[in-house]
Design a protein around this ligand. Structure first.
Ligand SMILES: Cc1cc2nc3c(=O)[nH]c(=O)nc-3n(C[C@H](O)[C@H](O)[C@H](O)COP(=O)(O)O)c2cc1C
Length: 334
C-alpha cells in the first residue's frame, strides 16, 4: 500500500496503537532501533562474568571467564578455529539448522537420558571430547575433568597430548576412560601408546585423523603475539612430546611432534590387527571414508572437523554433487 492510500483515520489508529505499545513507551522504536529481539533486551555483558558455574545459562558463559583468567596464548589455543574462522562459523550456522520436533502429551515425570556407547552405559549421551594440554587452563588439568566426568557419569576421552597420564585419568574417573591416539611418523610410538592405554584399562582407542599437519590457526597466532610472557620458559625446543605424561617410558626414536604425513588406511589396518579393544576413527567428514571405515572393521566413527580447527567443506551435500558431476570430492587441504 503506498502512503497516499493511508486514510487519515487509519493513520490515527496506527499512532494510537504505537503510543500504547510498551516498545514505544521504552523508547526502543523512538530511538530508531529495529524491532526487539529478546537477546537485545538482556545482552551478554562481557564485564559481568558469572561467579559460579551454576550461574551459567549456556556453555558460552564460561568463555569470557576463561579469557579473564587464562594467559592470551592459552586462551587463543582454546578459542581458535582455522582460516579466518570459516569452519567455526559454518559449524555454528549448521547447529542452528537443527530443529526439534517435540511430541506432546507424553509422561515426562521420569526422563531417562541414559545411553549405551560401545557396550557401556552412561547417564547421558554427552561425551567429553579429548582436548590436549588441559594444564594450560587449570592446574588440576584432566584430573579435574575426570572428576567432573565421574560426577555426571559421562564418557571421557583422554587426549594423547593430555597433561595427565591415562593411568591417573582412569584413577580419578574411577572407571574406564577412552584413549585418543595421535600417531607420529613412527609406528612403534603409536604401538607403545595404545599398549600402555589398553594395559591401563582403556576399552577403546580413538584415532584422530584430522589436524595431523599444521593448520593456520589465526586466532591462536594473533593472541599469542599479544602474550608478553616468555613461552620458552615452559615450552622448550623439541620437547613437546617428552613433556606429555602419556609418552613417558616410550622410545620416541627421534620424533618430536605429532605432525604426520604417513597416516593411511594401512596404519589403521595394522592398528586393528594389534589391539582387541574397540577402535574408533575421529575426524571423518566424507561419506566415502565412513564406508571405508566400516569395511576396515572399525567399531565407530566420530564425525568431526575438530571443532572448526580444520578446514572442512561447508555443505556436505555439495560434495555428493561434485562426485556425480565428476568434479573433485572433498577437498580438505590439510
Ligand atoms: C583446546 C582444544 C584442544 C583439542 N585437543 C584435541 C586433541 O588433543 N585430540 C583430539 O582428537 N581432538 C582435540 N580437540 C577437538 C575436540 O576433541 C573436539 O573434536 C572439538 O572440540 C569439538 O568439535 P567437533 O564437534 O567437530 O568434534 C581439541 C579441541 C580444543 C578446543
Amino acid at each position: 500500500m503506498s502512503p497516499h492510500h493511508f486514510r487519515p483515520v487509519s493513520r490515527r489508529r496506527l499512532l494510537q496503537f504505537l503510543a500504547a505499545s510498551p516498545l514505544f513507551a521504552h523508547g526502543a522504536l523512538a530511538e530508531g532501533s529495529r524491532p526487539s529481539d529478546p537477546v537485545d533486551w538482556a545482552p551478554r555483558d562481557l564485564d559481568k562474568l558469572i561467579a559460579d558455574p551454576k550461574q551459567a545459562l549456556d556453555v558460552f558463559d564460561f568463555e569470557p571467564v576463561m579469557k579473564q583468567n587464562v594467559p592470551p596464548a592459552h586462551f587463543g589455543y582454546m578459542a581458535t578455529g582455522v582460516d579466518d574462522e570459516a569452519t567455526l562459523r559454518a559449524n555454528r550456522e549448521g547447529f542452528r539448522k537443527f530443529a526439534l520436533r517435540p511430541r506432546r502429551l507424553v509422561d515426562v515425570s521420569k526422563v531417562d537420558m541414559s545411553a549405551e556407547i560401545l557396550g557401556a552405559k552412561y547417564d547421558s549421551p554427552i561425551v567429553i571430547a579429548p582436548t590436549g594440554s588441559n594444564r594450560a587452563f587449570h592446574p588440576d588439568a584432566e584430573v579435574a575433568v575426570a572428576k567432573a566426568a565421574k560426577a555426571g557419569n559421562h564418557l571421557q576421552i583422554l587426549s594423547t597430548v593430555a597433561t595427565t597420564s591415562i593411568e591417573d585419568a582412569i584413577a580419578a574417573r574411577g572407571a574406564p576412560v577412552w584413549f585418543q591416539l595421535y600417531t607420529t611418523q613412527r609406528w612403534e610410538v603409536a604401538e607403545g601408546l595404545v599398549k600402555r592405554a589398553v594395559t591401563a584399562g582403556a576399552p577403546a582407542i580413538v584415532v584422530t585423523l584430522d589436524v595431523r599437519t599444521p593448520a593456520k590457526w589465526e586466532t591462536f597466532v594473533r593472541l599469542r603475539r599479544t602474550d608478553t610472557r616468555d613461552c620458552g620458559s615452559c615450552h622448550g625446543l623439541n620437547d613437546y612430546l617428552s613433556r606429555k605424561p602419556n609418552f613417558a617410558g616410550i622410545d620416541l626414536g627421534g620424533v618430536s611432534s605429532t605432525v604426520v604425513t604417513n597416516l593411511t588406511w594401512d596404519m589403521i589396518k595394522r592398528l586393528r590387527d594389534t589391539i582387541k579393544v574397540k577402535l574408533v576413527l575421529k575426524g571423518i567428514v566424507a561419506f566415502e571414508d565412513a564406508k571405508l571405515a566400516a569395511d576396515a572393521g572399525i567399531d565407530a566413527i566420530v564425525v568431526s572437523n575438530h571443532g572448526g580447527r580444520r578446514w572442512c567443506q561447508r555443505d556436505h551435500r555439495r560434495v555428493a554433487g561434485n562426485r556425480r558431476s565428476g568434479g573433485r570430492p572433498h577437498a580438505d587441504p590439510g
